[in-house]
Design a protein around this ligand. Structure first.
Ligand code: HEM
Ligand SMILES: *[C@@H]1O[C@H](CO)[C@@H](O)[C@H](O)[C@H]1NC(C)=O
Ligand SMILES: *[C@@H]1O[C@H](CO)[C@@H](O)[C@H](O)[C@H]1NC(C)=O
Ligand SMILES: *[C@@H]1O[C@H](CO)[C@@H](O)[C@H](O)[C@H]1NC(C)=O
Ligand SMILES: *[C@@H]1O[C@H](CO)[C@@H](O)[C@H](O)[C@H]1NC(C)=O
Length: 327
């Protein structure tokens, strides 16, 4: 039954049943800065837009930054803190290779400190910027809920709690469930991989000596795998890895669209975690629905981004003056 094509209305009914139990009261609010900093969204959008024009890698990097921030200690801008004497921060944890463009958030923050001092949290800046980069790339837009506080703790050791690209569906479901996110949120947010790039190190284990029986991961499209092997020719050892080589996450990596899901159905998901969504009855129906209906993907993406933006949000914390250091 899970393999049959689903109509939009059946999708919505199943979705409703799945989410009824997970609605939580948010303390965040779309109008949080209406009185204290009415220019907040304009200042951030202009900064993000200008940075993205100079560097087309910025949108993907900021979207990923939001995900990583919210998954470790909740959306509290812990990812922005610099390491200090005696403390190695998240930024300097192992999966830091591809999280960059922190300067864009810092730039927006310094403009905001001039326009409305000590008012807008760094965590809210990331959330607003993440919405902006999706919209800039052709995706949906939405009202960002605001009022997050910035945390005072950031530990590199905690980044091991980010999901790895080798995870299977059960492990992915578990990782998202720990943050109050459901199966549908997991599949929907994985659609963030419609933007951006990955280094060989994140997927080359699928291309060389994959298992006892298969040199190449058999869930990969053969031609796609052979092309990837040309880009990442060496087995997965540090000595051999070319740290700049890699592949875009879908065939339209600067456009926010549903191509990611269509590529998955064609066996062209880059990570095991992506491709596994097709091989499991709990997730395949969602991939199929999104591959068929981009506007459905957009609607669900907005809903799941709002939920992601609520992860671990608490009253405790501060509004940092400089996103890199605690007050
Ligand atoms: C489901 C679990 C997820 C896993 C296992 C995962 C894993 C990864 C990995 C390994 C990379 C490539 C890093 C590199 O080699 O440079 C990556 C890139 C990326 N991820 Fe994810 N990710 C997940 C979920 C998400 C979510 C929820 C979002 C956002 C909604 C997201 C957005 C991105 C973006 C935009 C990039 C490209 C970054 C760039 O171009 O610099 N990912 N992800
Ligand atoms: C990533 O972290 C490692 C060790 O934690 C560090 O040596 C390296 O310089 C960092 N890389 C980047 C690109 O920040
Ligand atoms: C997922 O991986 C875990 C850990 O390796 C394993 O125990 C489990 O059986 C796997 N589940 C599926 C559905 O493959
Ligand atoms: C492939 O993997 C097997 C078992 O993990 C290992 O014994 C073998 O040396 C590997 N071959 C190469 C060429 O790396
Ligand atoms: C590493 O990869 C980059 C990007 O694909 C390429 O330009 C460069 O020539 C490669 N370097 C080596 C030593 O293979």
């Amino acid at each position: 039954m899970a393999l049959l094509p689903y109509s939009r209305s059946i999708f919505l009914i199943i979705s409703l049943l799945l989410t009824l139990s997970s609605i939580s009261a948010a303390e965040l609010d779309a109008h949080h800065y209406d009185k204290t900093c009415p220019q907040v969204e304009k200042i951030i959008s202009e900064t993000v837009q200008r940075a993205s024009t100079f560097d087309p890698k910025v949108p993907a990097r900021i979207l990923r930054m939001f995900f990583h921030d919210c998954f470790i200690r909740g959306c509290d801008a812990s990812i922005l803190l610099d390491s200090s004497v005696g403390n190695k921060a998240e930024k300097d944890g192992p999966p830091n290779l591809s999280v960059h463009s922190f300067y864009v958030i810092d730039e927006a923050k310094s403009k905001l400190e001039k326009a409305c001092p000590h008012t807008v949290s760094c965590a809210d800046i990331i959330a607003i910027a993440a919405r902006d980069v999706v919209a800039l790339s052709g995706g949906p837009s939405w009202d960002v809920l605001k009022g997050r506080k910035d945390g005072r703790i950031s530990k590199a050791s905690e980044t091991v709690n980010l999901p790895a690209p080798t995870l299977n569906v059960s492990q992915l479901i578990q990782s998202f469930a720990k943050r109050g996110l459901g199966v549908k949120d997991m599949v929907t947010l994985s659609g963030g991989h419609t933007l951006g790039f990955s280094h060989c190190s994140s997927f080359q284990a699928r291309l060389h000596n994959f298992s006892f029986l298969h040199d190449i991961d058999p869930t990969l499209n053969t031609q796609f795998a052979l092309n990837l092997k040309k880009i990442c020719p060496k087995p997965n050892t540090n000595a051999n890895t070319n740290f700049s080589a890699g592949q875009f996450l879908d065939s339209t990596a600067s456009v926010f669209d549903n191509d990611y899901y269509r590529q998955l159905l064609a066996g062209k998901g880059l990570f095991s975690s992506d491709q596994s969504l097709v091989g499991d009855h709990r997730t395949r129906w969602i991939v199929e629905a999104f591959a068929k209906d981009q506007s459905l993907f957009f609607t669900e993406f907005v809903a799941s981004m709002l939920k992601l933006g609520n992860v671990g949000v608490s009253e405790n914390g501060e509004v940092r003056l400089n996103c890199k250091v605690v007050n």
